[in-house]
Design a protein around this ligand. Structure first.
Ligand code: C2E
Ligand code: MG
Ligand code: MG
Length: 507
């Protein structure tokens, strides 16, 4: 939250000049009156009165004009300090209020700074329309004002983000009472165009003076707690917690760093081998991205891919992965296949079929050597556009694998509707196979179903020989896991891809 110094009023120079002129006129009139002989004093008096009257009139005209100007100025100042829709203070003004509230140290009345974010507001905008959504925001602002009594203790910081200062007596129970009172009002349905609309909110709370003594830091704490609440899902309010929120802060820094990292070539690919159960031969590699961070070392994709999906960097990062994987595979002596992971976000933002076609054309990789991995989440509300892209990718001769099968979507309908070439059973089912009968039953059912749909099956995450034996007997086609080979930088440790084919699994 930036802090803007309050602007002082313009000195009314003209007003002082005119008042001086009037006073001068008055003194001059008195002086003339005193000099004038008694017999012509009446005429002089009338002249003097006229001068005084003209001055007074000029003063009145000027005063009215100046007053109007000052009023206009106040309106402009109000507009720039307050949000136009709700009339609540905006970010800059609230920042000043927060500073004033904290004071210089003499005034240490405890309060909670709460940031509130109306959940799924974009969706509400689409469903209700902008006018009705504006009404909702207006009503939300009115309820905040009503709670605060003093309008300056709440603010609209941006589209659907509000802030409120909640005073309390420093004790937990009182804070709880205040929050109950506030939420009782904010959670009541909102009437928009004769419809009752229920909303949920995410919130972050920082306490003064317990969490921080400086206004800027307090605002940052509340912001971090809000980010953590939003990351948790919806309808959650969190209080600032140093350890948890510093982690969120780390993620934020990482998120801002991605653009630079991509430009400076910090992303690289590791490759994990995949084998055929039947022949024991290595048949391909899965390309897995790594971030070689100058300070943090090797960062796992599990940490930065979700961030990249949120901040939009997933599109250029994925393009880099696809290009790099195809380019690398095209140099292999052994014509092994390469698997590349795709993110559902890519399908919403670009034409993935067009990107795939370009990658093949520019690198010269044969289409049947590329396999694209998508996850089940892509099939929740799948659009016609996405289905069309998947079909066009298959028409190019590239195969499509369903990754992490069993971890996401509960409906299996999409398996019927889309002809995947392969299904990759997730590591969570594979890892306990030797000890868990339930996992065995699931895997047998999945293998039976995939075979009847004419899909190949890869088991991921095989890290012990017993599990591998069970999977082979159960009828899996391909294997991948630490037991057979960890992801590695193949430029540093070249292997089979540069040699003649070799057996890696015992037949
Ligand atoms: P995934 O696509 O399911 O990749 C398999 C993950 O399981 C890899 O983790 C791999 O190192 C790990 N793994 C394989 N075998 C074993 C095993 O035997 N034991 C254990 N403990 N782990 C095993 P990694 O490389 O950390 O990747 C994690 C996830 O990040 C990937 O899961 C994928 O969803 C995502 N990811 C990786 N690279 C990319 C990428 O280029 N683009 C996108 N969109 N996502 C990627
Ligand atoms: Mg994968
Ligand atoms: Mg997987």
């Amino acid at each position: 939250m930036s802090v803007l110094p309050a602007k002082k009023g313009r000195p009314k120079k003209q007003l002082y000049a005119l008042s001086g002129l009037m006073a001068g006129n008055f003194c001059y009139a008195l002086f003339i009156f005193w000099l004038t002989p008694e017999d012509s004093q009446l005429t002089t008096f009338i002249q003097m009165a006229l001068i005084a009257l003209t001055s007074a009139l000029a003063f009145m005209v000027f005063y009215r004009y100046n007053k109007r100007e000052m009023e206009m100025k106040k309106v402009v100042e109000d507009l720039s300090a307050n949000d136009k829709l709700t009339g609540l203070p905006n970010r800059a003004k609230f920042s000043q209020v927060l500073h004033d509230q904290i004071g210089t140290g003499a005034n240490h009345n405890p309060f909670a700074l709460m940031l509130l974010d109306i959940d799924r507001f974009k969706e509400l905008n689409t469903i209700l329309g902008y006018k009705a959504a504006d009404k909702l925001l207006l009503e939300f602002g009115a309820r905040l004002t009503n709670y605060c009594q003093n309008k300056n203790n709440c603010a609209r910081l941006s589209g659907n983000e509000f802030a409120v200062i909640v005073p309390y007596d420093g004790s937990g129970p009182d804070l709880e009472t205040q929050m109950h009172r506030l939420f009782a009002s904010l959670y009541k349905p909102y009437i928009c165009d004769d419809k009752a609309v229920d909303i949920t909110m995410s919130g972050g709370i920082a306490l003064f003076p317990d969490d921080d003594l400086a206004a800027n830091q307090l605002a940052k704490d509340a912001e971090l707690a809000l980010l953590r609440a939003k990351a948790q899902g919806h309808n959650t309010i969190f209080c600032y917690e140093e350890t948890a929120d510093e982690k969120i802060h780390e993620f934020q820094l990482l998120s801002h760093d991605m653009d630079r990292a991509l430009r400076e070539g910090e992303f690289k690919l590791f490759f994990q081998p995949q084998f055929s159960f039947d022949s024991g031969d290595q048949i391909g590699f899965e390309a897995l991205i790594r971030w070689e961070h100058p300070e943090k070392g090797l960062v796992s994709p599990a940490d930065f891919i979700p961030l990249a999906e949120k901040n939009g960097m997933i599109v250029p990062i994925s393009e880099f992965v696809l290009m790099e994987a195809c380019k690398t595979a095209a140099t292999w002596v052994n014509p092994l296949r390469v698997g590349v992971n795709l993110s559902p976000v890519q399908f919403q933002q670009i034409d993935v079929a067009e990107l795939t076609e370009r990658a093949l054309r520019e690198t010269g990789l044969a289409p049947d050597r590329l396999e694209l991995e998508v996850t089940e989440s892509l099939f929740i509300n799948i659009s016609d556009g996405t289905a069309d892209m998947l079909r066009r990718i298959q028409i190019l001769g590239v195969s499509i694998a369903l990754d992490d099968f069993g971890t996401g979507y509960s409906s299996l309908n999409y398996l019927n509707n889309f002809p995947f070439n392969k299904l990759k059973i997730d590591r969570s089912f594979v890892k306990d196979l030797a000890f868990d009968n339930g996992a065995m039953a699931i895997i047998s059912a999945v293998i039976g179903m995939a075979k009847s749909l004419e899909m190949r099956i890869t088991a991921e995450g095989i890290d012990n020989p017993e599990v591998m034996e069970i999977l082979k007997i159960a009828g899996c086609h391909e294997a991948q896991g630490f037991l057979l080979g960890k992801p590695r930088d193949i430029r540093e440790v070249p292997g089979i891809e540069m040699d003649a084919p070799q057996k890696a699994l015992t037949a």
